[in-house]
Design a protein around this ligand. Structure first.
Ligand code: CTP
Ligand code: CA
Length: 239
């Protein structure tokens, strides 16, 4: 049984949360993937459930310890996916009847053009063939553009490192304006932050890149801070 500290401000709402990281096959035994554990996404799903939402979790390759928490999490539905194409189909199917979609999954940006049905063999002394890649669809940008349901709140996540072109927040604000989502949750990754660890520091920005709220603490605390904002927005739109 989940505790109920945040109240039931998502009661009756249908939410979709994607979590984990997609993997794109190179051949039957290899893939291109990323380090996302799915921890933040699963915490978002559990927090939404505790606040009364009906939750569909689209789970892409969760870390084993995170996956172990899912059956006991009291979620509505869990759809396991592997690739970006599968995640896109599952998210869009559930989003058609959802009040809120949160894209917490780390989606592979590129996939191999061809994934042969047989294992790629090395030829000793001859280097590997290059792997040609093609860009994946941007699931979040599509959701923000298509608005599969009237009044739907669309939320993205952005894991950023600062670089010569700007800070973590600079990149997050530019991304928010590019994506067209209602909210983007920006967090710093790398050097022991973000991936695989329980603590998180986030800045939530709106579609114009303006800061709405900052939150830090456990991934559950961050999840509840995100839902505080989303629940208010969803309630405004339902009026
Ligand atoms: N996302 C998505 N589909 C993709 C890539 C990303 O839906 N093909 C979503 C992620 O789930 C996340 C948000 O977009 O909610 C931001 O992902 P991110 O990787 O930070 O953004 P990109 O636009 O891919 O930019 P880049 O990786 O170059 O920083
Ligand atoms: Ca990306």
């Amino acid at each position: 049984v989940e505790d109920d500290v945040a109240g039931r401000d998502l009661a009756g709402r249908r939410v979709v949360v994607s979590a984990g990281g997609t993997r794109e096959p190179i051949d039957p035994v290899r893939f291109i993937g990323n380090r996302s554990s799915g921890r933040q996404g699963v915490e978002l799903a559990r927090a939404a459930r505790a606040r009364g939402a009906h939750v569909t979790l689209v789970a892409a390759n969760l870390a084993p310890d995170v996956a172990a928490q899912v059956p006991g999490a009291g979620l509505g539905e869990v759809v396991a996916v592997e690739t970006t194409a599968q995640l896109r189909e599952a998210v869009r199917a559930a989003a058609a009847s959802a009040d809120v979609v949160v894209m917490a999954a780390a989606v592979a940006d590129f996939r191999p053009v061809h994934a042969p049905g047989a294992k790629i063999k090395k030829v000793p002394g001859r280097g590997p063939e290059p792997i040609a890649l093609v860009e994946n669809p941007d699931v979040l940008a599509e959701l923000a553009h298509d608005r599969l349901r009237a009044g739907q709140v669309v939320v993205g996540f952005a894991a950023e490192t600062g670089d010569a072109d700007g800070s973590v927040l600079d990149h997050g604000r530019a991304k928010a304006r590019r994506k067209g989502a209602d909210l983007l949750v920006v967090n710093a990754v790398g050097e022991g932050r973000g991936f695989g660890v329980d603590a998180n520091d986030v800045t939530v920005v709106d579609g114009a890149g303006e800061v709405v709220v900052t939150a830090s603490g456990s991934k559950r605390a961050v999840a509840d801070a995100v839902w505080d904002v989303v629940a208010r927005l969803a309630a405004d739109r339902a009026d």
